[in-house]
Design a protein around this ligand. Structure first.
Ligand SMILES: [Zn+2]
Length: 106
């Protein structure tokens, strides 16, 4: 049996097409590398002071803590009970300045 050989013309054609494609890809890679080098040379985006201070304030602000487990309560809506331990906030007075040992007048 004869094995069908690819004709030399078509093989050359294929080779030419592949080499053209490789050349195009190499050119593309070179362009991308050049762009990447330009981007790498650029300084990182400068953050404005406002955003930095806002972030600092956000993190510095003390979150309300659960009187039961003393864990920080998540931001947002605050339910009637702690999301961590289920402590009922109504069980403790809102103000901590409430006198612990009330004196009885004699
Ligand atoms: Zn809790």
């Amino acid at each position: 049996m004869r094995t069908p050989r690819p004709s030399p013309a078509s093989a050359e054609d294929l080779h030419a097409r592949l080499s053209a494609r490789i050349t195009a890809l190499e050119d593309r890679v070179r362009r991308l590398e050049a762009r990447l080098a330009l981007e790498a040379r650029k300084p990182p985006p400068v953050r404005t002071r406002a955003s930095v201070s806002a972030a600092t304030v956000r993190t510095a602000r003390p979150r309300p803590r659960c009187p039961g487990c003393t864990l920080e309560l998540p931001r947002g809506r605050r339910g009637e009970s702690c999301v961590w331990c289920g402590f009922m906030f109504a069980a403790v007075p809102r103000r901590a300045s409430a006198p612990k040992t009330p004196r009885k007048p004699r």
